[in-house]
Design a protein around this ligand. Structure first.
Ligand SMILES: Cc1cc2nc3c(=O)[nH]c(=O)nc-3n(C[C@H](O)[C@H](O)[C@H](O)COP(=O)(O)OP(=O)(O)OC[C@H]3O[C@@H](n4cnc5c(N)ncnc54)[C@H](O)[C@@H]3O)c2cc1C
Length: 393
């Protein structure tokens, strides 16, 4: 991944690139970063999203150094770092709060970025939305696509408002339930991993200084990440409960009851929750679309192509890396490089890295569900994965 200077973000580039006009479906982290990266290089981008606004809502996220590096390359890291909470290690604890191990976060974004940063998801979405608009991306909200007509050297996409767009490339960045995936003929669906996650945002106790995970308690795992000076994001992983549990609402009392049996700072955070604190429960799902993720002049990236259980906190990092790498390869400034050259080369660069993260996340999920598995050692596999990601994307 190249690192452009902040000045480069405002400069309209005039080189002839591999693509001149791109349609991106989905304005989450993947589609937002891709749209921004392409627009910064002078590519015309149409971004469509079903939502009525690109801004974000609550919840927390753990961003490893490689995610921060991708964000810096499109110029949004500085704004994010003003709001997020940076730290450089991860602690594993027993259910009653005793330290088992402290794992330093390797410099996945390079030596000049923090190893990890906790952030409010809504902050990332708001910053991205602002930058995408000011970079000149043509954003169409409340919109999806209804048809794709591939002409070989271009693709015409029909949108839900009846309009059509003829572009050099269609990118499906429309998340784990991607519509583009099926429309371009890729048959793959996400599958439940066998665990569910309770999540909430709470007040950060001052002694909470990094992500911590509590093992060996009554549920699969409890943990938290500080996401700002004042806030933290706390979670509890357990088995897949009945589908009727899935959703979000004033369920603090329920989480307090289900989270009994954990001490330390986790117990403190749990006890601080009000009975009507907003809590979300969802099943953890995963998908790994085999290579290639492209058909003709269309490609899927981000969660549309690969979504892993969030046990190494690398999902969004892989999404942002996909976006930055694809944009970089499509805008080399050499017009003799064709879309037909770029897409297979992109797969060669991305697939092994994404698959390694996905496979290791699935192994971790399996070990959390079956902790007596011989050789199960979550700290080792987590450390190995993060060290492997020090290699640039
Ligand atoms: C419980 C949980 C915790 C996680 N924690 C972490 C973490 O700590 N760290 C980390 O790095 N990752 C984490 N992840 C993973 C991370 O959140 C995702 O990998 C990432 O947000 C996916 O981004 P995306 O843009 O590909 O997809 P999405 O965020 O799903 O965005 C897709 C966009 O496409 C739009 N869209 C969908 N369908 C259509 C359509 N048909 N037409 C038009 N628009 C459409 C949607 O409105 C949305 O804006 C976690 C995931 C889960 C489930």
């Amino acid at each position: 991944m190249s690192q452009s200077s902040p000045e480069a973000h405002t400069e309209a580039h005039t080189e002839a690139h591999t693509v001149g006009r791109v349609l991106v479906v989905g304005g989450g982290i993947t589609g937002g970063v891709l749209s921004l990266a392409l627009a910064q290089k002078g590519v015309e981008v149409v971004l469509v999203d079903l939502r009525e606004s690109l801004g974000g809502v609550g919840h927390g996220i753990t961003l490893q150094g490689n995610a921060l590096k991708a964000f810096r390359s499109v110029g949004i890291y500085d704004k994010l770092s003003e709001r997020g909470f940076a730290f450089s290690h991860l602690r594993l604890k027993t259910a009653d709060g005793h330290v088992i191990a402290e794992i330093p976060a390797p410099p996945m974004g390079g030596p000049d970025l923090p190893g990890t940063m906790g952030a409010v998801r809504g902050d990332i979405a708001d910053i991205l939305a602002e930058e995408v608009v000011s970079a000149g991306v043509d954003v169409r909200l409340g919109t999806t696509l209804t048809a794709i007509d591939d002409h070989g050297d271009s693709v015409t996409v029909t949108l839900s408002d009846g309009s059509t767009e003829t572009v050099d490339l269609l990118v499906g960045a429309d998340g784990i339930r991607s519509k583009v995936r099926g429309m371009i003929g890729i048959e793959a669906e996400p599958k439940p991993v066998g665990m569910g996650i309770w999540r909430t945002v709470a007040k950060r106790p001052p002694e909470m200084d990094c992500s911590e995970m509590y093992y060996g308690g009554p549920k699969y795992k409890a943990g938290y990440t500080p996401i700002s000076e004042d806030l933290c994001y706390a979670f509890l992983l357990e088995e897949n409960l009945d589908r009727s549990f899935v959703g979000e609402g004033p369920r603090g009392k329920e989480l307090k009851e289900r989270g009994q049996g954990y001490g330390g700072i986790w117990g403190e955070v749990r006890d601080s929750l009000s009975d009507d604190a907003v809590v979300n429960y969802q099943w953890i799902e995963a998908i790994c679309v085999d290579s290639p993720w492209h058909r003709g002049r269309s490609i899927i990236i981000g969660d549309a192509a690969h979504a892993c259980p969030p046990l190494i906190a690398q999902g969004a990092a892989m999404c942002a890396e996909d976006a930055v790498v694809l944009a970089e390869m499509l805008t080399s400034g050499d017009p003799s490089v064709t879309v037909e050259d770029v897409l297979p080369a992109f797969m060669e660069r991305r697939f092994p890295r994404v698959k390694m993260v996905l496979d290791n996340s699935l192994t971790l999920a399996d070990w959390e569900i079956h902790p007596d598995t011989p050789g199960a050692d979550p700290g080792r596999i987590m450390g190995q994965t993060l060290h492997a990601l020090v290699e640039p994307a």
